[in-house]
Design a protein. Structure first.
Length: 258
């Protein structure tokens, strides 16, 4: 995969993010639609319910999720993910995790979000299971779960979150006040040496730099090169970056200056 280890110049250098103030990523009409679809690499599509009025930003498939899905399908081989145990944090509509389950034969998939969002997640799991045999098979084996989880709370109380191989985070850096809780969860959930794939839309560069600086004491961070097809002009113009984090040290969370 075309990742570059020097994350700081790619994320915060002169080439980073061509928009000074990124927009929402999709139009209001798209965001307010009751349903949307994600086109998959095999030509099929994943239909999903959206509920902006009920769930706010968690109820929409934003461009960050679409970029992550495109990356996972084109840059991470299905065999590389075969038998992997995957957890998605802040899953929202479930688009990223469900698309990954259609791309590769996972051992398990756990979609997590706050309690007020899980109803939408469950709707989309049922819809995807009805439309796609791979999702139905995963759910039928009780290997597809929707779990309520708040970042920063002990994951040890949620057995489904432990012993995973891959952590997915799409558009989870939207609120700086939550960065410390998110990093705390990532540190706890990667004790089994799980890999984190994190797609984020640049909104608060200095706060985001502080997040990655703090994370770098625990993780090796690499960024997908911007000249790659997945970070082509469509995503670059929307200030979206895809990062990979590997656990390097069994350390505790290190705080940064606010």
């Amino acid at each position: 995969m075309p990742f570059v280890n020097e994350w700081e110049p790619l994320l915060f250098g002169n080439r980073a993010g061509t928009k000074a103030t990124p927009g929402l990523g999709v139009s209001f009409v798209q965001a307010n639609a009751a349903e949307t679809a994600v086109v998959l690499s095999d030509g099929h599509s994943l239909a999903l319910n959206q509920q902006l009025s009920t769930h706010g930003i968690a109820g929409v498939v934003w461009n960050c999720a679409r970029a992550m899905i495109e990356f996972l399908q084109h840059q991470v081989g299905a065999e590389e993910l075969r038998g992997k145990r995957v957890v998605e944090l802040g899953a929202g509509t479930g688009a990223v995790g469900l698309a990954l389950a259609l791309h590769a034969p996972l051992e398990s998939l756990v979609l997590t979000d706050l309690v007020n969002v899980t109803a939408l997640l469950e709707q989309n799991v049922r819809r995807a299971a009805k439309d796609h045999k791979a999702i139905d098979h995963l759910a039928g084996r009780d290997r597809l779960q929707v779990v309520t989880y708040c970042w920063g709370t002990p994951a040890a109380t949620k057995s489904a979150l432990l012993g995973n191989d891959v952590i997915l985070c799409s558009d989870c850096l939207y609120e700086p006040s939550l960065y410390q809780d998110l990093l705390s969860s990532l540190i706890e959930l990667t004790k089994s040496s799980a890999t984190v794939f994190l797609a984020y839309k640049q909104r608060h560069p200095e706060r985001e730099r502080a997040f990655f600086t703090a994370a770098s004491s625990t993780f090796s961070i690499s960024v997908m090169a911007q000249d790659d097809q997945i970070t082509a002009q469509e995503w670059l113009n929307d200030s979206i970056f895809i990062c990979r984090l590997h656990r390097i040290l069994p350390t505790t969370l290190q705080l940064w200056s606010k």
